[in-house]
Design a protein around this ligand. Structure first.
Ligand SMILES: Nc1nc2c(c(=O)[nH]1)N[C@H]1C(S)=C(S)[C@@H](COP(=O)(O)O)O[C@H]1N2
Ligand SMILES: [Mo]
Length: 501
């Protein structure tokens, strides 16, 4: 037993506090994200018949169009950050906090090894296992080990902490990275290692459960086993410290965490656009530097094609589109306009006459589902060669025949009348697997999946891949388009500006 030395240095106590603050936000925003597609699978087909667990009572109807957005479940703001059906903002929070949680973790690791504190966590003798078993039996039979066992942790505690710090936390990062469409597209082998997108997502979820389980047991034991000493250690770092002061700091610490959580939730729900921008200011540069330039190296095989492929976004309900469809899209013209030397009106036959590419790729919806299909069409770079962008053109605005219509909530009623569009920049437009697809799995693109042509950008999330294409406009700046956020989903659902994660 160490006599009175300060077991827990100040840096460790401060980092413990920040870890608590961050992990709660990570869990709450994670729950928000789960609500957007409350089903888990092991296979990338995301076939609801093959889910292994779900958090919705909804059944997927067979007789009508049921989109993945219809399947979303709103989550109470008491649980999720920020709550309701705010997937976009929940993701902003998740990535924003993840950056700081990771930084906190890295500093912690460095200090652990720099100060020799590591020896309190990393076992150096095999006897840790029988000793930990012994401790387990002690606790499970509602006994408390003698004080002398804690140096400063008991063997079971030491193993559990080492597991969380050196295995569980890195595991969350590894499985998280495998869910980014750009990482999947650029390093398909990495995704394979984890058994695919849905397997990575399921493993990430199991990691969440492990974290929650750990937090519950950890907190329970703090209050069950020598609580006054624990509260002194957590706050003041040693067991000789004043208990009154320790309790005061402890309570203030917890209250401050609750205040931050309540503020973060209320403020985000009240100022969605502001928070979309504020959190994006931190997340966007990181995402852009790491992922924006990665190109897709996906080459799945036809045996990977998933028979089940969720739909998101219904076919346009206008007379104009109905007539085009009735006539097999013979009269359809894709307009290419804006800052170009040569404006174009391309028929389907024109598109088919251009060099054709086919690609077998994985589609990743922001909500969490995935599917593999073969897409056939023409590279967007070919279109750019034809229309000759002017030097000041920087973005491509892909406009749909469809009006965004996915919610009947009053706050989104504005969205009912807005044309679906999404913007990508020249870098993405010139990626080799950025195509206008007019075929899916060897057939003309089916109505539900975007007939007669839709965009495919294989390093991005699905929401960028506009279906039912009407036109492509080249612009220097997109702040005048829609609500100016770079797309329908960014405008009305507060999704991130980039779609690489
Ligand atoms: N016009 C239009 N395009 C759209 C959407 C939409 O609602 N309308 N949804 C997007 C989203 S969020 C996804 S995930 C994919 C879904 O493509 P799918 O319906 O072919 O599966 O289309 C994208 N393109
Ligand atoms: Mo999506």
């Amino acid at each position: 037993m160490i006599a009175s030395a300060s077991y827990f240095p100040l840096w460790e106590r401060i980092q413990h506090y920040f870890n608590l603050l961050f992990i709660g936000l990570m869990i709450r925003s994670g729950i928000q994200i789960i609500g957007a597609h409350p089903r888990f699978y092991w296979r990338d087909s995301s076939d609801p018949k093959k889910e292994w667990i779900k958090f919705t009572s909804a059944k997927v109807p067979k007789d009508k169009v049921y989109t993945s957005m219809d399947d979303e479940v709103p989550v109470s703001p008491w649980l999720a950050q920020p709550g309701e059906d705010n997937l976009g903002l929940g993701r902003h929070w998740h990535f924003f906090v993840a950056i700081f949680w990771l930084l906190n973790g890295i500093i912690y690791w460095v200090l652990l090894f720099a100060t020799g504190e590591w020896s309190t966590l990393i076992p150096t003798s095999w006897t840790i296992f029988p000793d930990a078993w012994h401790a387990f039996v002690t606790y499970i039979t509602f006994h408390i080990p003698p004080k002398s066992v804690f140096t400063p942790y008991d063997p079971l505690q030491q193993l559990a902490y080492a597991f969380v710090v050196f295995i569980l936390a890195p595991f969350m990062l590894v499985t998280a990275a495998a869910m980014s469409p750009s990482i999947e597209a650029r390093f398909p082998w990495y995704l394979k290692l984890l058994g695919g997108k849905q397997s990575a997502r399921s493993l990430h979820f199991l990691g969440l459960l492990a974290f929650i389980g750990f937090i519950i047991v950890h907190t329970a034991l703090v209050f069950y086993v020598y609580p006054p000493d624990n509260i002194r250690n957590i706050t003041l770092g040693n067991e000789q410290a004043s208990l009154g002061l320790a309790i005061l700091i402890f309570v203030l610490g917890l209250v401050s965490v609750v205040v931050v959580y309540v503020w973060a939730t209320k403020f985000t729900l009240r100022h969605k656009r502001l928070m979309q921008h504020a959190l994006g200011t931190v997340v966007d540069p990181v995402r852009k530097i790491l992922l924006h330039r990665e190109t897709s190296k996906q080459h799945y095989t036809s045996s990977d094609i998933t028979p089940y492929f969720w739909v998101n976004g219904r076919p346009p309900e206008t007379e104009e589109y109905r007539e085009l469809a009735q006539n097999n899209f013979l009269d359809w013209r894709l307009e290419v306009c804006g800052l170009v030397e040569q404006p174009l009106q391309l028929s389907l036959a024109d598109l088919r006459a251009l060099p054709k590419v086919t690609q077998l790729t994985k589609h990743n919806c922001i909500q969490g589902w995935s599917g593999v299909a073969e897409w056939g069409g023409v590279c967007v770079s070919e279109i750019l060669k034809l229309c000759k962008p002017l030097p000041n053109s920087r973005y491509l605005v892909f406009v749909s025949y469809q009006k965004g219509k996915q919610s009947v909530k009053p706050e989104l009623s504005e969205a009912l009348h807005h044309t679906f569009y999404e913007v990508i920049d020249m870098t993405l437009a010139n990626h080799p697997q950025t195509i206008l697809a007019y075929e899916m799995n060897g057939e003309p693109v089916p109505m539900l999946h975007g007939a007669p042509a839709r965009l495919r950008v294989e390093t991005l999330l699905g929401y960028k891949m506009v279906k039912y294409l009407r036109s492509i406009e080249l612009v220097e700046d997109y702040s005048h388009v829609g609500q100016g956020q770079g797309g329908f989903r960014e405008d009305f659902q507060f999704y991130g500006r980039g779609a690489e994660i």
